[in-house]
Design a protein around this ligand. Sequence first.
Ligand code: BGC
Length: 836
Amino acid sequence: MFEIDKAAIDNVFRDPVTDNKFPILRFSLKDDRSGATLKQATIDTGTKKQIVAEQTGIALDGDFTPLGHYDVDIVAEDNFGQIAKKHVSFRTGRMGMPWEGKWLTDPDYAFAPKTSPVPFVFRRVFKIGKPLKKAMVTATALGIYLLKINGNRVGSDYFTPGFTSYKHTLQYNLYDITDLLEERNEIVAIVGGGWAAGRFTYSSKSHITCDRQAFLAEIFLQYTDGTAEKIVTDESWQLSRGGEYRFADFYDGEIYDGAAKDRKTVWRKAGIYKIGFSPRLTICNCPVRAHENMMVKESFQAANGKEHIYDFGQNFAGVVKLKIKGRKGQKIVVRHAEILTSGDLNVKSLRTAKATAVYICRDGEQEYSPTMTYMGFRYISISGISPDDIEVSAVALYSDMEETGGFECSESLLNKLQSNIAWSAKSNFVDIPTDCPQRDERMGWTGDISVFARTACFNFDVSAFAEKWLRDLRSEQGKGGGFPLVVPKQGIAAPTVATACWGDCSILVTWAEYLARGDKSLLEHMYPAMQKFLKAVAFWARLSGPGKYRKHIWKWLFQFGDWCAPEGNIGDWMKRGRWIATAYYANSCAIVSRIASLLGKKEDAQRYAVLSSEIAEAYRKVFTDEKGNLKNEFQTGYVLPLAFGMTKGEETAIMARNLNRLVEQKNWHLTTGFTGTPYILFALADNGYTDTAYRLLLQESAPSWLHCIKSGATTTWEEWTIDDRKEGNIPSFNHYAYGAVGDFLYRRVAGIEPIEGGYKRFAVKPVLGGGLTYARAFIVTPFGKAESAWQIHDGIFKLTVCVPVSCECEITLPNGEKHVVASGLYEYECKEEVSK
Ligand code: BGC
């Protein structure tokens, strides 16, 4: 059967909304005939028909106008003449239509620094006097807002309009509200401080974008008689500070007064706000939404005797959902934590975040789930109510992205690792890629996503999410070419300067996304920013000294170095900055050279390739004896040149041997930090030390991935061991950076390696070892599902490979046998024993 499987518009599968004049369509295919490719497809947008030969990057042409709803019919034909059809639809946003509404605020309100404001409530009552055809609202806020019409929540998105680099870009949302309207209507917007006005960053900044929160909306009413009406935020709207939400803050939580409904609200006239800057207003197409429902696995009385503890069995980002039998005024307090110590919540990994939800009851049965905050937690404790009077569950919140990958193998601890990696991604893809979801941080640290991007792109389709963030990254690039250490910069005082790995995000994240989805337009958009960044690096490197080689050693101005390495302290990690930065510099130049060729910029491609090899040469001359021995040895110092292809000839073997020796000296443990760990297994396995790579992967004592799992981890940790008895703060239990090992699971254990963007061409070449008897990974590519599944039984290795329609795969068996195949399902076997 030939079928059109999935179709996305602007990389969104579910309810796409676009502001683009030419929205971008992509669709994947399923075909049970081998060798199937798309011959052509007819795309009918109602007003225009296009004939295309591609499945991705199709710019839809259809004279689309604002606030429309469009149907697209796709008819695809494969090379065997089979026909498949699919119908998709999308909505258009404002498409640049100017806003007539005015920003509303409470001009009399001021709140103390280092805290969050009381949520404002804005309202407008309006009547509908004739039959309604359609009603829509577009809304945004400085802060975060929640809309209700006649008491019903509008949409199901969280933290709208989302977190962006507000001074450059502010998102708005579009909702169809036709079914919510009656004759007399009340629209209410609850607006909290969020990231823009509320407390944010580890130094508890507040008022970062504005003095107080503000709201802007326009309601579009279309009547069946062909007339239309518009209601916009203006002086006719009312304001109150006495709503149900008494307090809302990302770190500290929420106070919700369920009894407020029974009181009469005192409304005042809303004030008009001049926000003082003019961001580009653009549609939000990747909102945070509710995903998995989380069930309580176990509950018991806390050792302190005052609280009841509930264990969800999984660390995640989200909010609780409570069903309560309460009495008026009864106060229920819900605290959150990642771990327990001696039968009580241990909140030391939250640092100053209070992560507490307080619910004040009215009489009777009621439900509560926070909507203006989220927490990173596995455990909660509840006080103020008998366990018999409350039903507890929770929901995981993260940006709307499809799960597109899976990995499993014969070692159950590695399967748990895969699950932990995916959960840390979900927990940290909350509108922006954050470092952690629990403590007083949750910021867009660029280094974390730099190293995790490849793994993220296997497990999820992050295209819409990544594009949004990369747009902010571009906006926030400094004049000198560097990037802020966190994006959106929002409250971080550190200067915007080029820094290795963290700043390389413009290249590493874009490249990861390109390989996964094959979208060259992203490369085009990002290319100038990458070039500017490399120019900045060249400037800082030149300060290392005169001469042919020194000028490529990148040390200044500031480097994180071997951040979070298991040995030493921050000072020691940073001291390794110049080795690490220089290697990242060579790698980034090599990637940008490939990007330049893809974009047809031959001279640039040549220039960056030459620069990359000059930097590699500088690394060799300055840091090594030119034979492959570092003058100052440390694991990351060998890992990076090996993994980044900076070595040549005999030097490669010597470096690999040295790395292997350093690992052996640590009794088969890694000592690499954030920057080296994602690459150490590749450096070993690709250079003759597969057994050592597997030994590290399967190592069960610290520091190691499986040690965390053996210690009960359900997500990946910021550090490898965590002493929960330690006084003061402890590190995060939900950081995705070390989950970057997922890249090795897909690309080496299962052996799926993209060669061309979007897996148009890819390789399958499993690397066996570690005593594994089977492994399987699949990736939903933009063309369809790619899969590699192998097993070894009775001395026979069997490999099954699935190649998506229109793609080509180069398969290599462990005995060296090669096959190049078009789409289809293939099986091969050869003699092979299980290797330890
Ligand atoms: C974050 C890291 C981040 C680092 C950089 C930490 O506080 O949690 O993940 O990359 O700071 O310094």
